[in-house]
Design a protein. Structure first.
Length: 145
C-alpha cells in the first residue's frame, strides 16, 4: 500500500485512471459514528475481522494469533516485528478479495498508524474458532442466514 500511495503521489494525473481501473475497488466514506461492517456493527480496531462468511459466519468469535509485521514507525503502542498479536476478534465484515478458509483481514482502526499497519500486514498465523461446549449427542448448526 505504501508503494502504491507513493507512486500515486508522484503521478497525480494517473490517480483517477488507476482508481477507476478495478470495478470492485471499494470506496470508503467518512462517517460520524462509523466505520461499520457489513452486519451494521461498528468496527473496533484489532477486534473486528473480515472473512468469507460462507466459511466463518458473521458474529463468529475467533482468537487470532500471529507475529506482527515489520512496522515502518512502530505505531499502535510500539508493537513491532515478532511481537505476538494474540487477541479475541469477531467476524463483522467481508470483502471481495477474502475468499475461502485461508484468509481474514484485521481491521486495525482509523488514522495514519492503522493505515500503516494495514498496508504491511500479510502474516501467516493461527485462527481459532471459539464455539460453545456441547453436551454429548447435541448438534451445532452454523449458518450465515
Amino acid at each position: 500500500m505504501q508503494a502504491i500511495r507513493a507512486w500515486l503521489n508522484q503521478n497525480p494525473k494517473e490517480v483517477q485512471r488507476v482508481l477507476n481501473y478495478n470495478k470492485s475497488f471499494v470506496f470508503f466514506n467518512l462517517e460520524n459514528e462509523g466505520p461499520f461492517g457489513n452486519i451494521n456493527v461498528k468496527l473496533v480496531g484489532g477486534r473486528s475481522i473480515a472473512a468469507d462468511q460462507r466459511v466463518l459466519p458473521a458474529g463468529t468469535l475467533t482468537l487470532l494469533d500471529f507475529p506482527m509485521p515489520n512496522l515502518p514507525n512502530e505505531p499502535l503502542n510500539n508493537l513491532s516485528k515478532n511481537t505476538a498479536f494474540s487477541q479475541l476478534a469477531f467476524v463483522q465484515d467481508t470483502g471481495g478479495a477474502i475468499k475461502g478458509p485461508g484468509r481474514v483481514d484485521v481491521f486495525w482502526g482509523e488514522g495514519d498508524d492503522a493505515g500503516e499497519i494495514a498496508g504491511v500486514t500479510k502474516q501467516s498465523g493461527s485462527l481459532y474458532i471459539l464455539v460453545p461446549k456441547m453436551k454429548c449427542g447435541e448438534s451445532l448448526l452454523v449458518s450465515n442466514k
